[in-house]
Design a protein around this ligand. Structure first.
Ligand code: FES
Length: 627
């Protein structure tokens, strides 16, 4: 069966090369018109199959493709778990299906023993076995493998399993048969680092974990970290050191959770914004702090894991996805890979909101990318009672349009503030999604005018005078107010984001997009409707605006599990047109128009179909009255 599958180019897996050891070649007898399913169309189970079955029972009707002989016309079904290029359903990691086609593969070989008559080296006989048994030729070998080659061959009695990377290099060797090859994918964000441990052979996610990026101690946002590097001798090395050891600690957590060894990890992938990308790789990020934001390289890189201080298998490499431009990094490349705007016919706007919003617009014909300097306001910085999204932060807000009484929900508590059991003592502040909701709600209630001014509301003790402006009292105890400055900070951030998107739309020649995907932790947390009421994103059918989850992290996992995915994103990254917002005169124009809520001139027709937007004139009238 296995021979027939190979001859026909059918996708049937094998690690042991047809020796009845690995069990990857399982097939079932199927039926086709004129060929009914009958077990007798294959030879009776051979000794290798019964041996295998005694060790690991084969499922109902399953046969080992390498042992079963074809004795009659037969239709064969190859189950998904026996395919080399399979799709693995993976809900837990936030993605439906991941193609599995890893760059590191295991190959079991039986090597001819040396004798005096044919005095070739052990390596040459390993290479010969790989050539004959696996058609792998001209492989190079890592020094680490060479050093262990002779002892491993003898320990395994000339039967060994080798790990081959990219069909080009032997990166590991073990005595006897082995079918464990793991990989780890990391998304290094400026605030958090997330990691997933995956089985490279099956695509299964074995463990996931995350932790804060310890670089936060050197500056909350990216630019303050670059400033730290600029102002402190050895600053880059320190930032590199702490982020690498955080990744290494995460590796420890992941292997412990999965009950495996660090040395089982043979391949890793990393995505991150350009500054994180540079710091993880030990590259100087200073050029990224000022225009023209030149990267050391935009190419995908393959770096020995040991050189990044990661204790995993000595032959493991770290693949970093390509960066797209100075401010659009490997994290955006990961998001593109996972979201696939380049695989679509309709026009997708992919937005990853952080200190810098990374924006990608396009479809299979054309892709454009830009970043917009939103600043840290969406992360709760620059907001009077702002904080990062953490337990105790207000994340959802509703405001009664008549009484202006608020109700809110905090991270870590299910009850809303007006429900029984709500504990106000744990409220610590308001995070980005909360501030977006409260400002949007206040706009819908007429408390905030289209130009962002908080207007007086006689008779309400929720709107209070503070020097020459007004504030909205969201909570009395603990005191949390939405000040005029808070609204301004959010207006500036959202105008930058909106203007970036508009600029891409200008370049594409459209004034409407078909679909908007909000990526990243923050993007996944905000309510698309409120984001649109505020005018963070362009007008679009609300049903087609949705959260993309951790798209960058999913992209890192796709690149971990599939060489095809790597080639895909490397090709796509090359053809993305980069738009530099800083040098575009129209950016400023769009920015000014986008300061209004939701926008100065765009009527937001789609949004108005589902949300009762205050009449523009009325808001302006209120403002005039206030003056
Ligand atoms: S190929 Fe390994 S058991 Fe059949």
């Amino acid at each position: 069966m296995l021979d027939a599958a190979r001859a026909l180019g059918v996708d049937l897996d094998s690690v042991c090369g047809g020796r009845g050891i690995c069990g990857r070649c399982q097939v079932t007898v199927g039926s086709r018109p004129g060929i009914e399913a009958r077990a007798s169309r294959l030879s009776p189970p051979a000794a290798t199959e019964t041996d295998y079955h005694a060790r690991r029972p084969l499922g109902e009707g399953r046969r080992l493709g390498c042992a079963a002989l074809i004795v009659d016309d037969v239709a064969i079904d190859v189950p998904a778990d026996s395919q080399v290029h399979r799709q693995v359903v993976r809900k837990r990691a936030g993605v439906d299906a991941l193609p599995v086609d890893p760059v590191v593969r295991l190959h079991y070989i039986e090597v001819i023993e040396p004798d005096l008559a044919s005095p070739t080296g052990d390596l040459e006989r390993v290479q010969e076995a790989l050539s004959e048994q696996w058609q792998l030729r001209g492989l190079s070998v890592l020094p680490y493998v060479l050093q262990r080659l002779q002892t491993t061959l003898r320990k395994g009695e000339w039967k060994v399993t080798v790990a081959v990377r990219d069909e080009a290099e032997i990166i590991g060797i073990w005595p006897g048969f082995r079918d464990l090859a793991l990989g780890a994918a990391f998304d290094v964000g400026s605030t958090t680092i997330a990691g997933h441990l995956c089985d490279l052979l099956t695509g299964a996610v074995l463990a996931s974990s995350g932790r804060m990026n310890p670089q936060i101690g050197f500056g909350e946002d990216l630019m303050s970290r670059v400033s730290y590097v600029m102002m402190n001798e050895g600053g880059a090395e320190r930032l590199t050191g702490v982020v690498r050891s955080a990744i290494d600690d995460l590796v420890g957590e992941l292997v412990e959770a999965a009950g495996v060894e660090r040395t089982d990890i043979l391949e890793l992938t990393v995505v991150g914004n350009p500054i994180m990308h540079h710091l993880v790789l030990g590259l100087d990020p200073r050029e990224l702090g000022t225009a023209p934001f030149a990267l050391v390289t935009t190419s995908a890189l393959h770096t020995p894991a040991a050189s990044l201080g990661l204790s995993v298998h000595p032959g493991a490499r770290v693949y970093t996805l390509p960066c797209i431009a100075g401010h659009v990094g490997a994290d955006a490349a990961g998001a593109v890979l996972s979201e696939g705007p380049h695989r679509r016919d309709d026009l997708q706007l992919l937005v990853d909101v952080g200190t810098n919003a990374e924006l990608v617009l396009g479809n299979r014909d054309r892709l454009l990318a830009a970043s917009s300097p939103t600043g840290p306001a969406f992360e709760g910085a620059q907001i009077s009672s702002g904080q990062r999204a953490a337990p105790g932060a207000i994340e959802r807000v509703r405001v009664d349009k008549e009484t202006l009484e608020p109700r809110f929900q905090i991270i870590g508590q299910e009850q809303w503030s007006d429900e029984q059991g709500f504990d106000p003592s744990v409220v610590t502040g308001i995070c980005g999604s909360g501030i977006i909701e409260v400002i949007a709600e206040l706009f819908l209630a007429g408390v905030i005018a289209a130009d962002g001014t908080i207007v007086e509301r006689p008779g309400s003790d929720r709107v209070v005078a503070r020097e020459r402006t007004f504030s909205y009292v969201l909570s009395e105890e603990p005191p949390i107010e939405i000040t005029q400055n808070d609204v301004r900070a959010i207006q500036l951030a959202k105008a930058a984001l909106h203007a970036g998107a508009r600029l891409l739309m200008d370049h594409y020649g459209v004034d409407q997009v078909d679909q908007i995907r909000l990526a990243g932790a923050f993007g996944s947390h905000i309510d698309p409707m409120y984001a649109m009421v505020l005018g963070m994103i362009p007008d679009c059918d609300l049903a087609r605006v949705s959260a993309a989850g951790n798209a960058a992290g999913v992209g890192a996992m796709m690149a971990l599990l599939s060489g095809v995915a790597r080639r895909e994103i490397e090709g796509v990254a090359l053809r993305v047109e980069k738009i530099e917002t800083a040098v575009e005169p129209r950016f400023q124009e769009h920015f000014v128009a986008a300061m209004a809520i939701p926008h100065k001139t765009d009527p937001y027709v789609e949004l108005a179909k589902v949300v009762d937007l205050p009449a523009r004139a009325e808001s302006l009238e209120r403002r005039r009255r206030k003056r």
